[in-house]
Design a protein around this ligand. Structure first.
Ligand code: HEC
Ligand code: HEC
Length: 441
């Protein structure tokens, strides 16, 4: 058992190899990087600069590590069709934009199609999606939108789950038609226009074989596209769990002293307390328990992004959850305005922009914002108006009670510069294998 644990080449690179199988055209050369990484992820056996209490002794890891090697099955026919649709740049008007143009496989399936404003550029110049593009890795774990008690002490139920920053769909299948038809995204004028393109697609034969009758009429075609995309995005290959931190959980890698300090600060109830929302269980060798989100909603009051074209109108605001129109479970009460779904922090260091409005272009700024938003708001709100991306009547919805942003103005921040650096170093360990070579922003 101990021999297996220290065998980095057999265990450490599995997720990346699986991703290479499914996404072989997207990750040209990933075989090489996974080989290099396999060596790097091998537990250090001697000469370590880590103290005993910080390290995971190999023997303990061997005892608790009952995780079998992660076997990602061969893609099913449905997943292969979903993948082909995801990368099909003919499915926009004008052609040229696929799902992967915004959800860029080189950026852990995030990105904004070259836009530098913080929100995604659609298929036509000057047309932008409303928000910053989230990663579509780990979609398998997003629960449907629902209300639940956050913990045993709560008296009021809180919202959780649903797809997008404001939870406006309950499944990938349900959501997928929106970008395809949105005039500011892929801009297919109608379901009929989309059907015409699908009938001409190279995968049309496989598509109608898998979804009998789907190419006969627009509505079943769009439904089948959603099912296929869902099969692809929720496949195991799209939840790789191949980061350095996952290797650490499995007892096969060590964190540096700085990364370890970052983890401790991230978890400390008196410091970052980040894991209250960005959930992590660092002593559990099941990486899927550490998704770095509880899928809950919060109002952080992030600064207004003045580079966003729509924000030239001073009355334009994104109210988040309370704008969600889906009525199966209601969320339109004003108390939910300004709340956005807590994003997973897996692969966060690969992103170009941060927060729902893409206001930050540096990961360090996103973390430093937590540290000093309340103690030194002038750093973040140049206009002098705190929470300037919210209509004044909703500003009281912004969370001012949770650590680390519950400090009073002028007080010392609970996270100092070194804490922020350490958290950033820790967040960089959450990058899955295929993206590890990318220089973080
Ligand atoms: C023009 C850029 C763009 C294109 C093209 C695009 N998306 Fe997105 N995607 C976004 C943005 C922006 C969001 C966030 C939407 C929101 O919060 O309202 C998003 C959100 C998502 C989500 C929800 C993620 C989560 O964490 O809940 C999924 C799933 C998704 N997109 C899948 C797709 C699929 C499938 C396609 C192709 C049919 C696609 N997207 C095409 C920009 C894009
Ligand atoms: C009370 C819940 C909560 C806590 C505590 C919390 N976060 Fe967040 N975090 C969120 C929400 C909600 C967002 C999205 C906010 C938005 O876009 O408006 C977010 C966004 C982020 C982002 C940007 C991710 C992206 O994909 O754009 C980073 C980075 C981040 N948080 C790190 C941290 C760190 C580090 C801590 C601790 C210092 C922390 N968070 C504490 C809820 C929380």
């Amino acid at each position: 058992m101990i021999g297996q644990v220290s065998n980095g080449s057999r265990w450490g690179s599995f997720g990346a190899n699986a991703a290479c199988v499914v996404l072989s055209t997207a990750f040209a050369g990933c075989g090489d990087s996974s080989k290099a990484e396999a060596g790097a992820s091998r537990p250090v056996s001697s000469g370590s600069h880590i103290t005993a209490s910080e390290a995971r002794p190999a023997a303990v890891a061997a005892l608790v590590d009952l995780t079998p090697p992660r076997r990602v099955p061969e893609p099913t026919a449905r997943e292969r069709i979903g993948r082909a649709i995801f990368f099909d740049a003919r499915l926009s008007n004008p052609p040229g934009v696929s799902c992967a143009t915004c959800h860029d496989p080189d950026k852990a399936f995030s990105g904004n199609h070259g836009s530098t404003t913080g929100v995604a550029l659609g298929s036509r110049p000057g047309h932008f999606a409303r928000r910053n593009t989230p990663s579509v890795l780990y979609m398998k774990y997003v629960p449907v939108f629902h209300f639940a008690l956050e913990d045993d002490d709560d008296l009021v139920e809180s919202p959780f789950g649903g797809f997008t920053w404001s939870g406006r769909a309950d499944s990938v299948a349900e959501f997928s038609r929106l970008p395809l038809l949105d005039a500011d995204e892929m801009n297919n004028g109608s379901e009929g226009a989309l059907l015409t393109k699908l009938r001409d697609a190279s995968y049309a034969g496989d598509f109608s074989h898998e979804f009998a009758g789907a190419l006969d009429a627009p509505a079943p075609a769009v439904r089948a596209v959603g099912e296929a995309l869902q099969a692809f995005l929720t496949s195991d290959a799209m939840s790789p769990f191949s980061s350095k931190f996952d290797d650490f959980l499995r007892g096969r890698a060590r964190l540096s002293p700085l990364e370890m300090r970052g983890l401790r600060t991230f978890e400390s109830p008196g410091k970052g307390a980040c894991n209250a929302c960005h959930v992590v269980y660092d002593t559990w060798n099941r990486p899927e328990a550490s998704l770095f989100t509880n899928f809950g909603y919060d109002a952080l009051g992030v600064p207004r992004n003045r580079a966003v074209t729509a924000n030239a109108d001073p009355n334009h605001y994104d109210l988040g959850l309370c704008e969600r129109a889906q009525i199966r479970v209601r969320s339109s009460s004003p108390q939910w305005c300004l709340r956005f779904r807590t994003p997973s922090l897996r692969n966060v260091a690969v992103r170009d922009r941060f927060m729902h409005n893409g206001v930050f272009s540096k990961l360090r700024d996103a973390v430093a914002f937590y540290a000093t938003r309340s103690t030194n708001p002038n750093l973040w709100y140049p206009s002098g108006a705190k929470f300037d991306d919210a209509p004044p009547k909703y500003r009281r919805n912004v969370n001012g009670v949770s650590l680390p942003y519950n400090g009073t103005e002028g007080a010392a921040p609970v996270l100092n510069d070194e804490d922020v650096d350490a958290i950033v170093a820790f967040l960089q360990t959450l990058t899955d294998q295929p993206y590890r070579s990318r220089t973080p922003p």
